[in-house]
Design a protein around this ligand. Structure first.
Ligand SMILES: [Zn+2]
Ligand SMILES: [Zn+2]
Length: 355
């Protein structure tokens, strides 16, 4: 098998030729056909997350040590199965759920693999999907996405699922309530599409890039806000008629957190998904007085991915922009993503892999 690996953090990925693994027990060997590139791949590539105040979380501390294959949005074809596998057969085409837990702890038993402390997340703690082959520990993590475009289906595993799970954490919305979607890259587009599919119309798209805002409005956001300028909070309050009930922050920097929390009506709920980095100072009494909730959401669980795939198959979900590129363009894509020049989502056609 071939994989495109981080050999040294921050340096171009390199092609590695490795022995194709053989599935044992309940394992399934998937030949990867499409592999989505996610913004969080950049952090793993760089080797750390910025925690603010000069503090960093190093990915090596959770076992991600080069040479390492990133990539956690896989779509592929079952190529071989272990002797104990049931439920899939060779040739089945499937989305791979990547947020795989230990399978033994309380959260895994409750179907919340994504909260497992001993997780084996694909492309994060175990070898990822920028490669031609992937071993999945159990067939239950493979989801039938018949009827969906494979490149688009791949993006549901992370960007779609992250958006879907975050939306599930919003407060109950009344007809006059508004939701802010902060950051209109691939994740923001997925969030707007899912909100619309669930009947939410009062969506305000927030970004610093006018072309992304235009794209968000075209996808169904009712209003848009260029968040640059000192009066952004006041403009957001005015746009939402003082009825901002929820915000999904897909950027996750001090300015975006302060924007949402500052603009909420009473009872507003802030949901942090973005991992850009930094820290904020939060005066505590207003949290109680304004009944504000500050929370986080990290990817989603297996049941949520199944629901999301069904929603996409129902035809109610507007397709977010996906651009398919060849393997030879992985490094260029990472550079462009880092520079903020990617509109929507890039998915790599792993069938173009060449040693
Ligand atoms: Zn991701
Ligand atoms: Zn577990």
């Amino acid at each position: 098998m071939i994989s495109y690996d981080v050999i040294e953090h921050g340096k171009p990925l390199q092609v590695r030729l490795r022995e194709t693994p053989r599935p044992q027990g309940r394992e399934v060997l998937v030949r990867v056909t499409r592999s989505g590139i996610c913004h969080s791949d950049l952090h793993i590539w760089d080797g750390y997350f910025d925690l603010g105040g000069g503090n960093r979380f190093y990915v090596r501390d959770r076992g991600c040590v080069p040479p390492f294959t990133v990539g956690h949005e896989p779509f592929g074809v079952v190529e071989a199965v272990g002797p104990e596998v049931t439920g899939v057969k060779v040739g089945d085409r499937r989305v791979v759920y990547p947020w795989i837990g230990c399978g033994k702890c309380a959260v895994c038993e409750a179907g919340q693999d994504n909260y497992c402390l001993a997780g084996r997340f694909i492309g994060v703690m175990s070898q990822g999907a920028y490669g031609t082959h992937l071993v999945v520990p159990d067939a239950k993590y493979l989801i039938d996405a018949t009827g969906l475009d494979e490149a688009y289906a791949a993006t549901l595993a992370c960007s779609g699922l992250t958006a879907y799970s975050a939306i599930g954490k919003l407060p109950e919305l009344a007809a006059r309530d508004w939701v802010a979607v902060i950051g209109c890259g691939g994740l923001g587009m997925a969030t707007i599409a899912i909100l619309r599919a669930r009947g939410v119309e009062n969506i305000v798209a927030c970004d610093v890039d006018q072309s992304k805002l235009d794209q968000a409005v075209a996808l169904g956001a009712r209003a848009s806000l260029d968040t640059r300028g000192a009066d952004a909070v006041a403009r957001l309050k005015a746009l939402t008629h003082d009825n901002l009930a929820g915000a999904i922050d897909l950027v996750g920097m001090p300015a975006t957190a302060e924007l949402a929390i500052g603009a909420f009506r009473k009872g507003g709920r802030y949901i942090m998904c973005g991992l850009y980095g930094g820290q904020i100072t939060l005066p505590l009494p207003p949290l109680a007085q304004r009944a504000i909730t500050v929370g986080g959401s990290y990817v989603g669980n297996l049941a949520e991915l199944r629901e999301l795939v069904q929603l996409a198959q129902s035809g109610k979900l507007a397709r977010t922009p996906v651009e398919v590129r060849a393997c030879s363009e992985i490094n260029r894509t990472l550079d462009e993503l880092k520079a903020g020049r990617v509109l929507g989502r890039v998915v790599i056609d792993m069938e173009t892999a060449a040693a």
